[in-house]
Design a binder for this molecule. Structure first.
Ligand code: MRU
Length: 365
C-alpha cells in the first residue's frame, strides 16, 4: 500500500494522499501551514483517528517552523505557538488521537529542563523526531492488532466492516482492516462486506479501494442492507475501528456503528472494535460524554456536485455515535484483546503499558 502520509524533509512539507478524491483520482495534498493542516483535517483530505494523530504530530513540527518563519530568530514565539497548537488540537472534536498527539508533543517540550531557554528550531527538530517515531509506532500497533485480532476470525469467515479503519485511516495496515489482514496473514480465507457509510462513503470509496488493491475479496453493501445480510447468515463477525473509547469501554465510531452493533447482537454475531491504546481516553467516563462532530449539511444534501435533497429542509449530519460496551465482544489492541468488564481490562492494560515504559519487569509476585 502506498504510504499515504509522507514527510518531505527537503521541502519541509507534509504530503497527504487526498482521500476526498479516491477512488477515482490519486492526488496529493501539501501541508505546510496551520491553515493547510486544519483544512486537510476538517475537509478529510486525511481522516481516521490514528492517521489524524500522525498528521497532528507532524503538524506540531510544521507549526513550529511556521512560527519561526513569522517571528524570526529572536522573536517571542511561545504564546503564538501555543495558540496555533490549540487550533490544530481542536480541528476535529471526536477522534481523541488528535488531542493525544498534540498533548504528547507539548508534554515532551514541558518535560525538558531547558524548556524556558530552548530555541524554536530545537523544538521543531524534537517534534519531527517524535512524529517520525509515532508514525512507525502506529504501524507497529496496527500489525500487532492484526496478529491478536486475526486469531478471533475463522477460516472462511465473512466480516462486515463500517467506514474505513484501514491503512488509509492509520499509518498503514489498519485497525479493523488490520484484523482482516492479520487473519489472512495467518492463512485464513476471509471475505469482507464494506458498508458504504453514508454520507462521506468511506466504506464504498476507501475500504473497497484499499482491499481491492490488495486482492482481498470485498463486496460493498448499502448501509441499510446490514439487517438483511445478517438475517440471511451472510455475516460471521463485525469488526470496526473507533475514534474514541471511553473508560467504561463504550466505543465512539462512525455514525451507523451503534445500529450495526444492535443488529449484530440481535443475530448473535460477535461485534469487535479494533483500536490502539492511543484511542482509549480514560479521562472520558462513557461514550455519551464524547463530543460528537456535527458536519456540514452539504455532505448529506449533495452527492458530489449533484443536489439530492429539497432546498430548505434541515439535515442531521452527526458524524459519530457511541456503541455501549455491553454490545462489544472484544476490544482488540496492540497489547491483546480486552474483554468485559472493560473498566477493569482497560485499567489493567494501561498499568501494564506504564510498567513496560518504566522498564519494570513483572515477575508475578
Ligand atoms: O470521519 P472519519 O472518516 O475520520 O471517521 C473515521 C472512523 O470513524 C474510523 O472508523 C475510526 O477513525 C477508526 S480508524 C482506524
Amino acid at each position: 500500500m502506498t504510504e499515504h502520509i509522507q514527510y518531505d524533509a527537503a521541502r519541509q512539507v507534509l504530503v497527504l494522499l487526498d482521500q476526498r478524491r479516491l477512488p477515482c483520482h490519486e492526488e496529493w495534498f501539501d501541508c505546510r501551514t496551520t491553515e493547510e493542516l486544519i483544512y486537510a483535517l476538517q475537509t478529510m483530505v486525511v481522516r481516521g483517528a490514528p492517521a489524524i494523530g500522525v498528521t497532528a504530530a507532524y503538524g506540531c513540527h510544521l507549526i513550529a517552523l511556521e512560527v519561526a518563519r513569522e517571528v524570526g530568530a529572536a522573536g517571542a514565539w511561545r504564546q503564538l505557538l501555543r495558540d496555533r497548537l490549540h487550533l490544530l488540537k481542536t480541528a476535529r472534536p471526536t477522534a481523541v488521537n488528535l488531542a493525544w498527539a498534540v498533548d504528547r508533543s507539548v508534554a515532551a517540550w514541558e518535560a525538558r529542563p531547558d524548556r524556558d531557554t530552548l530555541e524554536l528550531d530545537t523544538l521543531a527538530a524534537l517534534w519531527l523526531d517524535m512524529a517520525t517515531s509515532l508514525h512507525a509506532e502506529d504501524l507497529a500497533c496496527c500489525q500487532a492488532i492484526g496478529r491478536f485480532g486475526g486469531a478471533l476470525l475463522q477460516d472462511g469467515d465473512t466480516v462486515m466492516t463500517h467506514c474505513n479503519a484501514g491503512a488509509l485511516a492509520t499509518a498503514g495496515y489498519g485497525t479493523a482492516l488490520g484484523v482482516i489482514r492479520g487473519a489472512i496473514d495467518q492463512g485464513k480465507r476471509i471475505q469482507v462486506i464494506a458498508n458504504e457509510t453514508r454520507p462521506f462513503l468511506q466504506g464504498a470509496r476507501l475500504t473497497a479501494w484499499e482491499l481491492h488493491r490488495d486482492g482481498i475479496p470485498v463486496t460493498i453493501a448499502c448501509d441499510n442492507a446490514c439487517g438483511l445480510l445478517m438475517r440471511r447468515g451472510m455475516v460471521d463477525a463485525v469488526v470496526v475501528g473507533a475514534d474514541r473509547i471511553a473508560a467504561n469501554g463504550d466505543a465512539v465510531n462512525k455514525i451507523g456503528t451503534y445500529g450495526l452493533a444492535v443488529l449484530a447482537k440481535q443475530h448473535g454475531i460477535p461485534f469487535y472494535v479494533a483500536a490502539p491504546l492511543s484511542t482509549i481516553d480514560r479521562a472520558t467516563p462513557t461514550g455519551d460524554h464524547v463530543p460528537i462532530e456535527d458536519r456540514p449539511p452539504r455532505e448529506v444534501t449533495h452527492v458530489g456536485e449533484v443536489q439530492i435533497c429539497p432546498d430548505g429542509v434541515p439535515v442531521y449530519n452527526y458524524a459519530f455515535d457511541p456503541t455501549p460496551a455491553e454490545l462489544i465482544a472484544g476490544i482488540v489492541t496492540e497489547r491483546g484483546v480486552l474483554t468485559a468488564p472493560y473498566a477493569e481490562s482497560i485499567t489493567r492494560v494501561f498499568a501494564e503499558a506504564a510498567r513496560d515504559a518504566a522498564g519494570i519487569v513483572d515477575n508475578g509476585e
